[in-house]
Each structure stands twice: as C-alpha cells, then as structure tokens.
Design a protein around this ligand. Sequence first.
Ligand SMILES: *[C@@H]1O[C@H](CO)[C@@H](O)[C@H](O)[C@H]1NC(C)=O
Ligand SMILES: *[C@@H]1O[C@H](CO)[C@@H](O)[C@H](O)[C@H]1NC(C)=O
Ligand SMILES: *[C@@H]1O[C@H](CO)[C@@H](O)[C@H](O)[C@H]1NC(C)=O
Ligand SMILES: *[C@@H]1O[C@H](CO)[C@@H](O)[C@H](O)[C@H]1NC(C)=O
Length: 417
Amino acid sequence: MRTIYFSIILLLSLQSYSIYAEQHHPLAELWNVDDTEVPKLLEIERNLTAIDDILSPILEQDDFISSFGGSYIDMFKIHIVVNTVKFSKRDDLLALPQIKPFQDFLFFKKANHSMSQIKSNFEQIKLQIYLTEPKRVFIFSNMVDNNNFLFFLDGNHNNTEFINATKPFNPTIIYEDNPPVSQNTKRSRYDVDSRELKFKVLGGDGLYNDQSGGVCSVGFWVTDRFNPNEFYIITAGHCFDKDVSRNEFSYAPWGAETPALYIGPMEISMINPYDFGIIYLNGKDVAPTFAIRNDDADQYKELIINDGAPASSVGIHMCKSGHKTHLSCGYVFGLNGIYIEEKDDMKEDLIITNMKSDFGDSGGTVFSFVSPQNLDSVVGRGINFGGGHGIEAAQSLNTIFIELEKLSRYFKLYLGD
Ligand SMILES: *[C@@H]1O[C@H](CO)[C@@H](O)[C@H](O)[C@H]1NC(C)=O
Ligand SMILES: *[C@@H]1O[C@H](CO)[C@@H](O)[C@H](O)[C@H]1NC(C)=O
Ligand SMILES: *[C@@H]1O[C@H](CO)[C@@H](O)[C@H](O)[C@H]1NC(C)=O
Ligand SMILES: *[C@@H]1O[C@H](CO)[C@@H](O)[C@H](O)[C@H]1NC(C)=O
C-alpha cells in the first residue's frame, strides 16, 4: 500500500499543473488537470503505449531479459522508464531499428532486479503457495517498483510460514491499511420512460441476485456470435451463490440494493482460476447497451464502449464503474497478478491497479479511455474482480473470451451492431 502510494505521489508530483477549475472528465480528476488538458495527455499516453507495445516483448528476449527489469509509462515526463540493470546493454537496445526512432522517449533508470530475476522469483513464490498455503494475498510483479509484491488483505490467517518461505526471493511485502468506510448514497435515476418499453442497463449498474440477495455489477453486454439476437451479461463468477438453488439476477439501480427489473439466470460461472459468469437476458423489460454508467458526473454521464483489448502497459490509467463506489480511476501496477483467497481458491491473469472499489462492485466494467478526439469513448479491458484498500484487481476480458471458447461458447462484445 505505502509503496503503491509513493509511486502515485511520484507520478502526480511530476506534473507541472496546480489548481484547475474544470474537472468533469474522470481523467482530469485522476491526473489533477483541467478538462482541456485531457486530450493532449491522453494522446501522450496512447503514443507511449504504442512504443511500449514494441519495447516490452524485446525486453523479454534472451538478449535483454537479464539486463533490463521491465518498463513502465510515465506520461507526465513523456517517457517510458526502462528499468536497467546492465547499462552496457543500453546501446545494443537503442541500435535496434524498431527501437531507434523512439530513443528520445526512453529513460534508462538504474534498477536492481532484471526481468529474468523477477520472473524466476515469481515462479518460486508461486511454488510456495502450494507448500505453505497462504490466504488472502495478491502476488504480482510491480514494474514501477521493479520487484514482486505480496499484498496481504486484512484477515486473521497466520501467513508467517509463507512470508518466511518467500524471503529468499525478496518480495516487497505490503499489508492492507484499515479498510475505509465507504459511503455512496447517490441514487441513479430509474425512470422507465413510458414511451420506451425497455429499460437500458449499463456497465456498472447493479445486479441483484434474486435468491441470495447479494449485489454485483454489470461488466459487459455480449452477444452469441452465432445467434446475435441472444444477449448476455458478463460479470464476476463469484456473484453465483452455490448455496441457493437458482441464481437469477435483476437490475438494481445505483443507491438501491433491491431488485428493480428481472434480467435472467446465470448460465455459466467460473471461479478458478478465472472469475467470471454469464447471465442470459431473459427479462422482457431490459435492453442491452454498449455504454457505462457515470451518473455522478455533470458531464460524460454515459461512456461508450468502442472495442475490447487487453491492457498491455504498466503506468497507464484504468477506470471502473460499479454499483457500490460508482466510477473511479487509478493506475496499472502489474499485469500478471494472482490472488489466493485460500487453499484451492486462486485467481490468475489479474490486472493490478489502485482503483477504488468495494463489495458490490464485483463484475463491474473495467476500461480505459483511448481517443483524444472523443473523450466519451472507451475500450473494455476486464471486469472488476475485487481487492482491498489500496489495491483492486481486474480479470482480463480477453482471458474471459478465451475461456468461454474452451467451453465452446462463442461470444463477442455488444457494440451496437
Ligand atoms: C503522437 O504520435 C503522433 C505520431 O507519431 C505525433 O504526430 C503526435 O505529435 C504525438 N503526440 C504527442 C502529444 O506527442
Ligand atoms: C538497489 O539495492 C540497494 C541495496 O539494497 C538499495 O540501496 C538501492 O536503493 C536499490 N536501488 C533501487 C533502484 O531499487
Ligand atoms: C523459514 O524458512 C527457512 C528456509 O528458508 C526454513 O529453514 C525455516 O524452517 C522456516 N521457518 C519457519 C518458522 O517456517
Ligand atoms: C504464526 O505461525 C508461526 C509458525 O508458522 C508461529 O511461530 C507464530 O507464533 C504464529 N503467530 C501467531 C500470531 O499465531
């Protein structure tokens, strides 16, 4: 937690902006800049991401993997930080024709851990999971801080044995601070327009489990690729309650924990090692959308999903919308996260961020902005899995589609066509 905070403070203190009047866009708030600055910063982030997409795979090649310790985007300094263990390899890297044009955008920072060390330590730490059975811990490689992190959530399990066993692999250990008392009383408008027969359910809206009473959030609307008139909602698999006989879901507006309109049953639910579920749209009064709810804001109230793509870089922004804590944004710290709740309950392929979220946000839409020209437009990245104070993980959307295909279920994001 503390280390993550330091990293953010570092990121924020690098900007030369101070106090601004207009912060309607979620990124203006995150970056603490005026709305008018957002398009340029977003373009910088997008440009650096494109360079990092070329750079990262090269840094993983045999030639470089033991000389560099990964990279991350520092958009306020307009460069990519390349964690550098052996400076003698810098010229070799810069000599590559794919890299040469971007050399002004690379900053070589002294680092202690090479990517090969971080990866091998990560594997060793994973091995210890099976031997010492820790509980309630996130494990990920934090490229900003050039090390593997163990982030323990609150709990009364004694993880001493695991911590002792992973000591030789030098992870940075973080304990969750006291969880905040979250309050969010704003209600979203729930007016079924009498002329319009169906109510539009958006990403981030509440999903009420009719049998268990639990609340989750809508991730994405998808359609069956072979039957485009069949609609489904992707949400978290752990929204399925195995203690009740059926698991049917209704729409729950922001600010209410009661069912408003019937949606349908959860047809597929997975919790290990990926956490996702698929709800079939059976209700007659609900209409699918390709929008995300941001009701609390004065502007950009509905964000439009234009595409889905995996998150590839560390240091970039990530946002989520969910029933409990509504819309919030943060930064990506790791792309290889795993979470162990307890023995035999482990999640993989998690995007690790510091977005704010809480119970009830599970399954909610995780996305990022990509278009400097269109600040309403976003790309879907994943669904909210969960976390704690200072950490929030998303299950990658790409992974979910791949897993569904393994079950011979072929879906695509509903984008309005
Ligand atoms: C982003 O990259 C494009 C193409 O290389 C360039 O024209 C543009 O000036 C860059 N934008 C910023 C803000 O650096
Ligand atoms: C590298 O390790 C040394 C000794 O442990 C430490 O003092 C230094 O701060 C580390 N450097 C970085 C960049 O982490
Ligand atoms: C701590 O780990 C070492 C090996 O790294 C092991 O020899 C020792 O028994 C462990 N101690 C405890 C209390 O688990
Ligand atoms: C935790 O477990 C270790 C051994 O694995 C033991 O030495 C220690 O006293 C335990 N701590 C608590 C608070 O129970």
